[in-house]
Every structure is written in structure tokens, then in C-alpha cells.
Ligand binder design. Structure first.
Ligand code: PMV
Length: 356
């Protein structure tokens, strides 16, 4: 793949009057089978599967102009942000082999998230994929085309932030090689849009914000902890198997298997952190209260609702759209009390990244 991008790279001097603007939105995604542990150049130890979200998005505008050297101005939600600027600069400069014209660009980037600023929701997947799509648009403008290759967008989003590679596709995506899916690859994600049963196409995700604090362990540090985790080998084998089982369930609309695998994956992610060295507990007491309450609600009402967790205390409640009213009532009556400031986000499966 790398060879192909190098071969296709735009290597000419940009025209003197080269300038313009591009704007993309890209959503966050929530993994069902988790990517936790990496190897090589940002490659996953096991395949993962995610829902692409709808409401939690980053919108990024890039204004570009030909210049005699690279320069970058970056603001987040209207204010300069040096930490993000440095991260973006490092990423862009590292990609010059594939996008040599970066050296001739003066860039002004403005970015904002549609979800609450301090919700504890990681935004690197949405922000880095939106940035990469803008970069591909600039390359297209230089080449005089208008087309965007989503596989290429996924490939470079992966280099920026692993799970970001899954955000560019509508509905659901799979990242990582598995015999259960043709064309799957460790290098980029593939769309599951045409693989899934209708019930999953508009699945809901109510995100309960238990804590809006910054993550106590960065995902970079978390992935590294897997290198010495005593259960790593068996975890990777289980995840590979879970991807096959979940894919079957997604294809056939088997909600029982979907629930079993999804909850088991969330628990495994946290169990892996608890038995890492050093060990981390990322759930809060209120996370457990929500999980217990949700499981009794499911038993009592006999409806297919379940949870997943990211690498933090917030709980994603997942359910088919037809149960939205019932589940939202339950959240307001029973679970809102465990949310910081009563905050939860009514999200669901979305249509992936798009040009604005
Ligand atoms: O993409 P990263 O490096 O931020 O890692 C993401 C890890 C999890 O969110 C915990 C799981 C996943 O597959 O998204």
C-alpha cells in the first residue's frame, strides 16, 4: 500500500497562485471488538469492529496557500491551541514522503467539536480523520481532481491515530486482517455498511458521561502496557474469534450474540488494564452502578439493550432504534443520576465523514 501512495504522490512544484480552502466533518466511533495492543508502525495486534457515530463529530477547515516553506497556524474552538498544533505539525511533517507538497504550504486550520468540550470523549479519531480528509482534498486540488479515496483516507488516519481509520466509513467499519472478511487489512479499515442486517443500520448509542475528566492513561501508554501484559496472547486470540462471531451476528441480525460479545469485549478491555503493570482502574463506582442497573432493566423488560465502555468510566448504552423511547425514559429515570451534571449524549449510528 505504502508503495502505491508513494507512486501516486504529487511531486510537482505547486503553481504560484495555488490557494484555497476545504472543510470536512468526521465522526467519532465506538469499538465493539476493541483494538488494544499494537505493533510495528501503528498496526493492530487484533482486528476490531466499530459503530460510526453521528452526533460526536469534529469539523475542520483548512485554508492553504503556496509558500516557500511549511507553516501552520491552528485554532481549536476559536482559540490557538499549541498542544494540538504541535501534534498536527509532527504528523504532517512525517507524511512528506507521501505528500511532498506539504513543504510548500502555509496552512491555517480551524477545528471544533460538536460534542461538549469536557465530556471525556476522546476526539483524536474524529479530529485526525477530518484533518486527513482535508489533506487529501488539497492533494486533489493540486492534481486537478475532486475525488476522495476513502481507503487512502483510512490509511493515513490510522497513522495519525489508530482507531481514527474506522471513522471515515458510514455505519460500521472493521480494521485489521481477519479471514471472516474479504479485503480486510491491518493497514486501513473497510466499510461494513453493506454487510450488516437492517437492525444495526440505525442502532442507538446513549453516551452516559460518568466523568468528564481527562483520561488517566493515554491510549498510547495503554497499548504499550499490552506488550508486557501476561494475558496478551490469549486476549489477541479471543479478539480474533470475537470478530468472526460478531461479524456473523451483524450479518444475520443476531442480537443475543451481539450483546454477549459486545459486553464481554468491554469487560475484557478493563480487565486487561486492571492486570497491567502498572495497573489501572478506569471504571468509577457509578460505572458499575449503571451496568448493574442496565442488566436488571434488560432482564425485567426483556429487550435487547447492552453496554460498552471505552478506555474510561463513561458508559455507551446500545440498542435498536425501535426501543429508543423506552430506553431513554429509563436513562432519565434511573441512570441520569450517575452522570456528571446529569450529562448524557443521545447518539447513534451515523453516515461517516463528509465534505462540508
Ligand atoms: O486509537 P487509539 O490509539 O486512541 O486507541 C483506541 C483504543 C480504544 O478506544 C480503547 C479501543 C478502540 O478500538 O477504539
Amino acid at each position: 500500500m505504502e508503495q502505491r501512495w508513494i507512486k501516486e504522490a504529487y511531486r510537482n512544484e505547486l503553481p504560484d497562485d495555488f490557494h484555497g480552502g476545504t472543510r470536512w466533518q468526521s465522526p467519532s466511533n465506538i469499538a465493539l471488538v476493541k483494538y488494544w495492543g499494537k505493533k510495528g508502525k501503528q498496526l493492530p495486534q487484533n482486528p476490531s469492529i466499530s459503530f460510526t457515530l453521528s452526533q460526536c463529530r469534529t469539523e475542520t477547515s483548512v485554508f492553504y496557500e503556496k509558500s516557500d516553506k511549511f507553516s501552520l497556524d491552528f485554532s481549536f474552538e476559536g482559540k490557538p491551541n499549541e498542544a494540538f498544533r504541535a501534534k498536527i505539525e509532527q504528523f504532517l511533517l512525517e507524511q512528506r514522503e507521501f505528500f511532498p507538497f506539504i513543504d510548500q504550504l502555509d496552512l491555517r486550520i480551524q477545528s471544533r467539536n460538536t460534542f461538549p468540550h469536557s465530556s471525556g470523549i476522546a476526539s483524536s479519531a474524529s479530529s485526525m480523520s477530518a484533518l486527513v480528509l482535508c489533506l487529501l482534498d488539497i492533494e486533489s486540488a493540486a492534481k486537478g481532481t475532486n475525488a476522495i479515496d476513502r481507503t487512502k483516507a483510512s490509511y493515513f488516519s490510522r497513522l495519525a491515530s489508530g482507531s481514527a481509520c474506522r471513522s471515515v466509513f458510514p455505519k460500521m467499519a472493521l480494521w485489521g486482517t481477519t479471514p471472516a472478511m474479504n479485503d480486510s487489512s491491518d493497514d486501513y479499515a473497510v466499510s461494513l455498511e453493506n454487510e450488516i442486517a437492517p437492525v444495526f443500520r440505525d442502532f442507538r448509542d446513549s453516551i452516559l458521561i460518568v466523568s468528564d475528566a481527562q483520561k488517566t492513561v493515554s491510549s498510547r501508554a495503554g497499548h504499550t502496557l499490552m506488550d508486557t501484559n501476561p494475558y496478551a496472547a490469549s486476549r489477541y486470540a479471543t479478539a480474533k474469534q470475537n470478530v468472526s462471531l460478531l461479524l456473523d451476528a451483524l450479518r444475520t441480525g443476531d442480537l443475543e450474540t451481539f450483546i454477549r460479545i459486545t459486553e464481554s469485549e468491554a469487560m475484557q478491555l478493563h480487565a486487561l488494564m486492571m492486570c497491567s503493570e502498572p495497573s489501572f482502574i478506569l471504571m468509577k463506582p457509578d460505572t458499575l452502578k449503571i451496568i448493574e442497573s442496565l442488566r436488571s432493566f434488560r432482564r425485567e423488560m426483556d429487550i435487547p439493550v447492552c453496554f460498552t465502555l471505552d478506555a474510561g468510566p463513561n458508559v455507551h448504552i446500545l440498542y435498536p432504534a425501535q426501543y429508543a423511547e423506552m430506553v431513554e425514559r429509563f436513562i432519565m429515570d434511573e441512570l441520569e443520576t450517575y452522570c456528571t451534571g446529569g450529562l448524557w449524549i443521545a447518539d447513534g449510528v451515523g453516515d461517516g465523514a463528509s465534505r462540508l
